[in-house]
Design a protein around this ligand. Structure first.
Ligand SMILES: Cc1cc2nc3c(=O)[nH]c(=O)nc-3n(C[C@H](O)[C@H](O)[C@H](O)COP(=O)(O)OP(=O)(O)OC[C@H]3O[C@@H](n4cnc5c(N)ncnc54)[C@H](O)[C@@H]3O)c2cc1C
Length: 426
């Protein structure tokens, strides 16, 4: 049997890897020059330093499948200490917590006595209240139409806390604008938050995403550097063609690209199915790697791994990751290196190392019906066009949903899942 996989993000690579391991012939197409999952990694010259773009973290609680994949391939991870600072756009900081957790304890101690204010104490209380609620409620019974704003209102979560602290933090999880977050179905976004707030430190791949990617891609046939522009059928087989004219024929096509790039399927799927895919929403933003300290709190003692900035009207948000403390290959680099998501448009950033536009699906009321339809399709043994990718699986689109969707498709085409045994804790 031959399978063509379109897209080499984590979903495409995991599907391809599982199929290949199970004796299925796989050809994987990618529009970027290299594998999609680590295509934007930045190697610093000179020296061994590198930056994963985007820089992704996982919690052991919520990313069980991704971590099982990593374990099955001997890809090590390490715990990262996360701190949070909050500043206005002029760099004036009003809260800085350099370490949110000590070992497995949540212990948010501010960087200075000046941050022990009435306002910040009320935020801490709200945080505790939220943590308690998240532990005690059963979110699975909530309707998809029950939004995060509904939850804030019903549970009387302090408005200042949500606007200035919680929503910025949720922007790191979802990388989408405030207006999308307020309307997010509460159960999905709060489930992710509960996983992140679980009493275990976040982890990263010790040698970057490339380590996982190269092990997943080992021995795979990858046709990269050109987007797939056409999928057609000749007899019983699919013909997949990229813009450069490379082709492959296959019995099954697995798409592992975002749903808004699936018009290439218009010859091989029903109109109705294409409409369902087109009903899903996506947001895009820019990630800039740079060395401009002006995007950080003015006082260096306030610098944290995650630094949020906003204007006082709360209409402009960005966050900057200080990469050095959480990337071992940069630990001896004295020059600080940052990754900023969506800096305010009029800001001239100095010492830019790279700029990358990334897209991400936004969960809306339309998502759950689409997920249901996709799940039904995934149990139809006669299907030969399949969908995977983080957007296609219930929940906030993260590495975990991408991998779960890949496992679902791989099983459908008959692949074995090596980590589905008790040794992997799933
Ligand atoms: C800034 C940012 C930070 C994030 N941080 C985290 C995090 O900390 N933890 C976490 O779990 N998740 C994080 N995520 C989300 C996570 O990165 C994604 O959910 C996941 O990588 C999606 O993987 P995927 O395989 O579904 O899709 P993608 O990675 O989008 O892969 C799709 C691939 O298809 C390729 N492609 C598209 N069109 C074509 C075509 N026509 N022909 C061939 N190839 C094509 C693309 O180039 C791409 O390589 C973050 C996302 C962003 C944007």
């Amino acid at each position: 049997m031959d399978i063509a996989v379109i897209g080499s993000g984590i979903a495409g690579l995991v599907t391809a890897h599982l199929c290949q391991k199970s004796g299925i012939n796989v050809t994987i197409f990618e529009k970027e020059e290299k594998r999609g999952i680590d295509a934007h990694r930045l190697d610093l010259d000179p020296g061994p330093g590198f930056i994963d773009v985007p820089l992704r973290v996982m919690s052991p609680e919520g990313w069980k499948t991704v971590l099982a994949v990593a374990k099955s391939l001997d890809v090590p991870t390490f715990a990262v200490g996360i701190g949070l600072s909050f500043s206005w756009n002029d760099g004036e900081t009003w809260l800085s917590i350099p370490q949110v957790m000590w070992h497995d304890w949540v212990l948010p101690i501010p960087s200075s006595f000046r941050y022990i204010t009435k306002q910040n104490l009320s935020y801490l209380m709200s945080f505790r209240k939220l943590a308690k609620i998240l532990k005690s409620i059963n979110m699975s019974t909530w309707q998809d139409s029950y939004t995060l704003t509904d939850f804030f209102n019903d549970y009387r979560i302090n408005r200042h806390f949500t606007d200035r602290v919680l929503i910025p933090v949720l922007q790191t999880v979802t990388t989408c604008e405030r207006r999308f977050i307020s309307n997010y179905p509460a159960k999905f976004i709060l489930e992710s938050l509960a996983n992140i707030m679980a009493r275990e430190q976040m982890v990263r791949f010790a040698q970057g995403t490339q380590d996982l990617a190269s092990k997943l891609a080992s021995g795979l046939k990858l046709i990269s550097g050109s987007p797939v522009v056409d999928v057609s059928k000749v007899g019983d087989r699919f013909v997949i063609r990229n813009a450069r004219g490379d082709t492959a024929t296959a019995d099954h096509v697995v798409t592992a690209v975002q749903a808004n790039h699936l018009n290439v399927l218009n010859q091989v799927i029903e109109h109705q199915e294409l409409n369902m895919l087109n009903s899903l929403s996506f947001d895009r933003g820019e990630i800039i790697c740079h060395q401009d300290t002006r995007l950080m709190p003015k006082d260096r003692r306030d610098w944290c791994v995650l630094n949020y900035r906003m204007n006082k009207e709360l209409s402009e948000d960005s966050f900057t990751v200080w990469v050095n403390p959480i990337e071992p290959s940069l630990k001896s680099t004295e020059d600080p290196i940052f990754q900023t998501w969506n800096p305010t448009p009029n800001l001239q950033i100095d010492r830019v190392l790279s700029r990358t536009i990334l897209e991400r699906s936004v969960v809306t009321k339309a998502s759950a019906p689409a997920w249901l339809a996709l799940n039904n399709m995934a149990s139809d043994g006669n299907r030969r066009v399949h969908y995977c990718g983080s957007w296609s699986y219930p929940g906030v689109p993260l590495l975990e949903s991408a991998v779960r969707s890949a496992v679902r498709v791989a099983k459908l085409v008959g692949a074995k899942i090596p980590w589905e045994n008790p040794a992997y804790g799933l």
